[in-house]
Ligand binder design. Structure first.
Ligand SMILES: *[C@@H]1O[C@H](CO)[C@@H](O)[C@H](O)[C@H]1NC(C)=O
Ligand SMILES: *[C@@H]1O[C@H](CO)[C@@H](O)[C@H](O)[C@H]1NC(C)=O
Ligand SMILES: *[C@@H]1O[C@H](CO)[C@@H](O)[C@H](O)[C@H]1NC(C)=O
Ligand SMILES: *[C@@H]1O[C@H](CO)[C@@H](O)[C@H](O)[C@H]1NC(C)=O
Ligand SMILES: *[C@@H]1O[C@H](CO)[C@@H](O)[C@H](O)[C@H]1NC(C)=O
Ligand SMILES: *[C@@H]1O[C@H](CO)[C@@H](O)[C@H](O)[C@H]1NC(C)=O
Length: 647
């Protein structure tokens, strides 16, 4: 992939420069690579006592954050990068008083642009929780100088596992998240439900082996237009927080530190572990640990593995036991030896390194991965060093895992008549979903509580994939299907067109469609078609991006021209559910929409998608949308008649 080649070039450059001189680096005489190498440490821990409600006050403010010689000013939780870890149990109450100590004036701009750097709120990512205030309502607005008291009631049936929190105020999600605002939420296991082996590496009994690893991006390089100074300019951040007034004393071609940091050759794009650059973790040979890994990433997917730095040395055993907070049926080895996480994804690993030696937690992608991912921002390299020393121990892996809650039990065998709703989430060009920009609470779909839903996640983009996140309920991946829908070609904001796979301009386009815009499809538009075939051939073609069938996830990568069937149980919570791309910049730019869960018997009529076109439609409207509690299934003949009507 492109980014991989670029990384190789950059690291070769750094190595050759490093061997020539041994400089002392400073803000006025900067140099890379940044080195890091401190001892591993976890984020600060905040935990309730017994079953009393946990009450905590957390402050958003500006604080200094330092990597090696480089000190930057960031918006942070409690002045920490990352924020503290909150550990809770199912059924707990958690009162979080969030104080926003940022000041006015805030910066504003048009809807669906980067704006409001000083306004914030919190999303409890992955929790099965109410979206009504004072709980996980992403429409809460905590302006400069304001505060809000969240009163979370953790569900008694909340799956135990690894979750997280981050800002979710539309317009500043990407800026604040990429800047370092984020932290873990752990829903602690009940020792009675774990095997002895799992309990031996899990809180509450054995927290010293239950290790939190939060991956965050620290970036100034212009790659993906996500470097911090780029976002600061977009956000009209206070000039006091910029680095362009730090003049350089060395003879480089750059006048100030900001320019230097942004130069791609300096490669300021690192993935930090708990705010540390390549920290060193100690383990004993044969000892088992539980790693809870979160990719806060912002944008960047990772494909994680542990390697012995001696390529001929023994390898560590790594088993996946939970994805996105939800236990798997049983421990499994990572597909292709790597665990693929999109931005926001989590994995719980069991890790045993058998012999004394030095190992590294790394992320790598290879050419074939593109077959399942298309073009997607990735982060590669070494994130952490694991030093294995000391007395040999023996530990054994569990063969079973705690049983999942009923509402996340296997839905693959559900019969068609038990599916009570269908909907399509269609990724569309220029940061839109279902052919429209985000426009606040405007429901594209409604569904009743306690129903099984079957949705298709599709992507009309020709080349790029998007991680789609749904709040409140996880979804189970059922199948990768043939993609028969249109593809979109874009030429800048609001300027795009949908074409059928045979190259005709679709009759159904989108709200605000400009028929006069001259846009031609490229000849390789269908390059990534065929995910259904490639997914089924996973065994023969090694590509990392497909979710294993049957997994429960809260964020799912939808490849270009992909079509994934997912199912979920709407379970108990009524209210707003936002669905968005977890490339947070895309979401800020409009790739987000609301659906709603209503009580049984309430009206489920909702607006169909833009331009009066049903999702996936091109030359005729498809009839897959639920209205008035009914699923209308049109015969192919009727669909043809309808399409000739509209055509
Ligand atoms: C945001 O708050 C900081 C102080 O915390 C202030 O210096 C700045 O001017 C405010 N506005 C913007 C757009 O950064
Ligand atoms: C940096 O250089 C500019 C002119 O090149 C000058 O105006 C400014 O005062 C300098 N800043 C500092 C902190 O020395
Ligand atoms: C496997 O991947 C390669 C390139 O990455 C591709 O050329 C080939 O067609 C693929 N094979 C199958 C069976 O999908
Ligand atoms: C449908 O959209 C219109 C505006 O276009 C809005 O006024 C109305 O509330 C929407 N209906 C639903 C059910 O969201
Ligand atoms: C997605 O797959 C489903 C199931 O095979 C199919 O009914 C639907 O038409 C497909 N949609 C598109 C846009 O390909
Ligand atoms: C979209 O689908 C629904 C239900 O399947 C149907 O009632 C509606 O007429 C379709 N819309 C258009 C514009 O054809």
């Amino acid at each position: 992939m492109r980014s991989y080649a670029a990384f190789l070039m950059v690291s070769a450059l750094c190595l050759s420069m490093g061997s020539v001189t041994m400089q002392t680096c400073s803000p006025t005489s900067p140099c890379t690579p940044l080195k890091g190498g401190q001892a591993f440490r976890e984020p600060r821990q905040v935990k309730g006592i017994n079953s009393a409600p946990l009450t905590y006050t957390m402050t958003v403010g500006i604080a200094d954050f330092t990597v090696d010689w480089l000190t930057v000013k960031r918006r942070l939780y409690d002045r920490e990068f990352p924020g503290p870890t909150f550990t809770l149990k199912p059924g707990d109450k958690f009162n979080l008083n969030l104080i926003n100590s940022l000041l006015r004036p805030d910066f504003t701009g048009p809807e669906n642009t980067f704006r409001y750097p000083n306004t914030t709120n919190i999303h409890t990512h992955g929790l099965h929780i109410s979206s009504a205030s004072p709980q996980d309502n992403v429409l809460i607005e905590i302006g400069p100088g304001e505060s809000f008291r969240y009163e979370y009631e953790i569900d008694a049936r909340q799956p135990v596992g690894t979750y997280w929190y981050h800002p979710h105020y539309h317009g500043s999600v990407h800026f604040q998240g990429m800047g370092g605002m984020g932290g873990l939420i752990i829903i602690e296991d009940d020792p009675a439900t774990m095997t002895t082996e799992l309990a031996s590496v899990s809180c509450p009994g054995n927290c010293e082996h239950d290790v939190q690893i939060l991956l965050q991006t620290f970036q100034y390089s212009p790659e993906e237009r996500s470097g911090h100074s780029f976002l600061q300019r977009e956000m009209h951040d206070d000039k006091l927080f910029r680095l362009n007034s730090v003049n350089l004393t060395d003879s480089s071609n750059f006048t100030n530190l900001e320019q230097w940091l942004e130069d791609a050759a300096n490669a300021i794009k690192y993935t930090l572990v708990n705010g540390l650059l390549n920290p060193v973790m100690d383990m004993e040979p044969g000892q088992m640990k539980r790693f809870r890994i979160l990719d806060t990433g912002g944008l960047y997917a990772v494909a994680l593995h542990i390697d012995n730095i001696d390529p001929n040395g023994p390898r560590c055993t790594v088993k996946e036991i939970a994805m996105d907070g939800v236990y798997l049926d049983r421990p499994r080895s990572p597909w292709l030896g790597r665990t693929f996480l999109v931005a926001a994804g989590r994995v719980d690993w069991l890790v045993i390194c058998p012999e004394i030696g030095t190992y590294e937690l790394r992320s790598s992608f290879f050419d074939n991965d593109e077959e399942s991912m298309g073009e997607h921002p990735t982060s590669i390299g070494t994130f952490m060093t694991i030093r294995v020393t000391g007395v040999r121990r023996s530990s054994s892996l569990p063969t079973t895992l705690p049983q999942r809650q009923n509402f996340v039990s296997d839905l693959r065998q559900v019969t068609q008549e038990n599916i009570k709703g269908r909907f399509v989430v269609e990724v569309t060009p220029t940061d839109t979903l279902n052919r429209e920009d985000y426009s606040g609470v405007y429901y594209r779909y409604k569904m009743e509580t306690n129903t099984i839903q079957e949705w298709h996640l599709t992507n009309t983009e020709m080349f790029t994939s998007h991680p789609i996140h749904m709040h409140i309920n996880h979804a189970q991946v059922i199948s990768y299907n043939p993609y028969t829908g249109p593809y979109g070609v874009d030429d800048g904001p609001s300027k795009w067109k949908l074409f059928s796979q045979t190259g005709e301009i679709c009759t159904y386009q989108f709200k605000g469609y400009d028929a006069t815009a001259i846009i031609y499809p490229p000849t390789n538009a269908l390059k990534y078609l065929g995910h259904d075939i490639r997914q089924k051939r996973r065994g023969t073609n090694n590509t990392i991006g497909y979710v294993p069938i049957g997994d429960w996830r809260d964020t799912i990568l939808v490849p270009p021209l992909g079509n994934i069937t997912v199912r979920f149980n709407t379970h108990e919570y009524t209210g707003d559910v936002i669905i968005h791309c977890h490339l947070q910049g895309d979401a800020d730019h409009g790739m987000a929409m609301f659906v709603q869960i209503v009580n049984r018997g309430e009206n489920t009529e909702a607006n169909i998608t833009s331009g009066n076109a049903n999702q996936s439609s091109c030359l005729g409207n498809f009839a897959t949308i639920v209205t008035l509690n009914r699923i209308l299934i049109l015969s192919p003949m009727l669909a043809t008649i309808l399409s000739s009507y509209h055509g």
